[in-house]
Design a binder for this molecule. Sequence first.
Ligand SMILES: Cc1cc2nc3c(=O)[nH]c(=O)nc-3n(C[C@H](O)[C@H](O)[C@H](O)COP(=O)(O)O)c2cc1C
Length: 420
Amino acid sequence: MPAYKAVPGAAQRYPLNEPAIGTAYPESVYPQNAQLPLLFQPLTIKGMTFKNRIWVSPMCQYSSDNGYATDWHLAHIGGLATRGAGAICMEATSVVPEGRISPADAGLWEDGQIEPLKRIVSFAHAHDTLIGIQLSHAGRKASTQAPWVHSGLGHGHSWVATEEEGGWPNNVWGPSAIKFSDTYPQPKEMDEAHLQYVEDAWIKAVERCEKAGFDFIEVHAAHGYLLHEFVSPLSNVRTDNNGGEPLENRLRFPLRLISRLRAAWDKPLFVRVSATDWAEGPEKGEDGLWKQWGIEQTKFYVGEMQKIGVDLIDCSTGGNWVHQQIPVGPGYQVPFAEELKKAYPNLPVGAVGLITEPDQADGILKDGKADVIFLARALIRDPHWPVFAAAKLGVAVKPANQYERGWSDMLDHTVINSKK
Ligand SMILES: Cc1cc2nc3c(=O)[nH]c(=O)nc-3n(C[C@H](O)[C@H](O)[C@H](O)COP(=O)(O)O)c2cc1C
């Protein structure tokens, strides 16, 4: 009779999962696992092996208390860590208080914020799930309200979190003093001392990530937040060497920051980019000047990041132009990931955006358009997506011990099918 095994070294007594949750059972028991779809094949990046290619995309929960993670985060992230995801990237977490999108955002600007994150990280690790964090600064899109507050009754048209509501609309910063929209705060232009302050805060946050035990860091350089604001000609009209033309000027601050982050962090370092602003008109005008951010500049930017030693590009789009026109549909951002993959075949790329079906996700990998799939809303609707995906693709994967009885029919069925 096998003994009840506990996870060695864990903070509490948890039953050990063998094999790891979300990985294939041995082929000797389930012969169909001899040939795994790519979605369930491991991937090694910088010596770290991710057990499958279904990764949790960062998702703001607007549930932090002065930047501190709460038990909501433990329940939410813990729920995903026990259901087979290959990796979890925790939400946009600001390196300075005024870099939060909303007053309820996550932060890592002081040491006290390490402890609740450490608890979540050790829970994920006890369940064989690698976990990272998205470090961020919201730039000109800071001091806004959580979506449900904004859209709730009585908040009117404005997105601004006022001082009475815990916001800081007079302490909002960007590359240039250009508002995102009439309903957003008025940003002030950052000077060199401010850039240095933000950069140093980012490095301190990286040191705190190390103490919390995170496996990887993702830099948020997308969605119209600070780093995206710097690279786009729509939000950066500076006349110093951090703006305007040539393109190298707009990339200077983000690349200088990413270089320092690379030097400060020796585990996997990822960057989420927006590959286009989705603004009207071409990326480059007939006059030879860049008119908006787009894939051509993104390719150059990503090439520079590869030289710095970035380990993966998570390819998203949009968020910097209030009038953006996005042709939303299944996998609508995948063509951008594919372009990056073609340009840099040796650089791992993540695809994200309306990827909802297991065949669709595996197809993107099989076609060589990306190396991993980030999922957000599909996992909100169904945190068990990885195990359902396995069933759909004919793979027998390990559910958590405690949940096995919920999946026994599926596993029996896959055994029967494999013996036919
Ligand atoms: C509730 C929610 C919160 C989000 N928060 C973040 C975030 O913190 N950082 C980020 O880069 N993207 C964020 N996103 C975007 C997602 O990571 C993802 O890129 C987007 O939802 C498209 O993927 P999907 O179609 O699988 O949802 C968020 C999305 C949702 C639904």
